[in-house]
Design a binder for this molecule. Structure first.
Ligand SMILES: O=C[C@H](O)COP(=O)(O)O
Length: 308
């Protein structure tokens, strides 16, 4: 029997009032005294559970939570990483935005220990098997072992400089997902391909490779990064980015499912700065950013808060 049937409207109002007051009070208290709360956690797992208990579904109207990744690439040392982590930990970040930091592998554990667990940590690459004779590689199992929850795969620098194929990247994504990591799956066309009118064809080919290996898209975020916009200061205009993001949703509808098309988050990456993030973030199919250079600077906070 439903217990609510014996309750008066007054009881229900009191419950709602008490719930709202306790949530607001706890939210404010943890925001004002973050250090005090951090001290309570003896372990990273404990901290994670605390946040999970008080987390809400902060998605926007589309149902897709805004997600901003910082990709530090091959940058940073203990001193500079300590500074960036300090800035991020002390900043007031939009609670409606999920934040992930892609850190060089050797500093992942260091950064994980400096950042609050509300900020995810990502490897920038991981191999397609758990272990073995693969000198120089790291595996998703290793990333998980040190507390990273994410991995960035298929970045254009891995594709162009390290000659990673669509197939290898998709196999890496398949294995990372099977190991329980969340994947930022990068795609994007070169300037030559854009100028030849091949943008849609290229991103469709890259998506097709992922789709052959990915069965469940829940833990995938796609990052559309036009190669000509990466590190060049030439951002895609909000309309150019929106056009490709909308095409990707159409592609997903036709080739995966309309549920995945509606729920999959698609980030934009390529010379995102505090100056252009707000306009880009207004576009309906842009669900966040993957930020390179600007993620190493204090302006990254403004990019995280672009939807505010
Ligand atoms: O992963 C991030 C992208 O490569 C963008 O880099 P950027 O913001 O420096 O252009």
């Amino acid at each position: 029997m439903n217990n609510n049937q014996n309750r008066s409207p007054g009881d229900v109002t009191l419950d709602v009032f008490t719930g709202v007051i306790s949530q607001v009070f706890l939210g404010k208290f943890t925001a004002v005294f973050p250090k005090l709360f951090k001290c309570q956690w003896k372990t990273y797992e404990g901290q994670k559970k605390f946040y999970a208990d008080f987390s809400t579904d902060n998605s926007n109207m589309s149902g897709r939570k805004f997600c901003v990744g910082g990709n530090w690439k091959l940058n940073g040392d203990q001193k500079s990483i300590t500074e960036i982590c300090k800035t991020l930990s002390g900043a007031s970040l939009d609670p409606n935005t999920e934040v992930v930091i892609g850190c060089p592998a050797i500093y992942l554990m260091f950064a994980r220990n400096l950042l609050p667990c509300s900020i995810g940590v990502a490897g920038q690459n991981a191999y397609k098997v758990a272990k073995g004779a693969f000198t120089g590689e790291i595996s998703p199992a290793m990333l998980k072992d040190i507390g990273a929850e994410w991995v960035i795969l298929g970045h254009s620098e891995r594709r162009a400089i390290f000659k990673e194929s669509d197939e290898l990247i998709a196999e890496k994504a398949e294995h990372a997902l099977a190991e329980g990591l969340k994947v930022i799956a990068c795609i994007g066309e070169t300037l030559e391909e854009r100028e030849a009118g091949k943008t849609n064809e290229v991103v469709a080919r890259q998506m097709c490779a992922y789709a052959k290996k990915v069965r469940d898209w829940t833990n995938v975020v796609v990052a559309y990064e036009p190669v000509w916009a990466i590190g060049t200061g030439k951002t895609a205009t909000p309309d150019q980015a929106q056009e490709v993001h909308a095409y990707l949703r159409q592609w997903l509808t036709e080739n995966v499912s309309k549920e995945v098309a509606a729920s999959l988050r698609i980030q934009y990456g390529g010379s995102v700065t505090a100056a252009n993030a707000k306009e880009l973030a207004k576009k309906p199919d842009i669900d966040g950013f993957l930020v390179g250079g600007a993620s190493l600077k204090p302006e990254f906070i403004e990019i995280i808060n672009a939807r505010q």
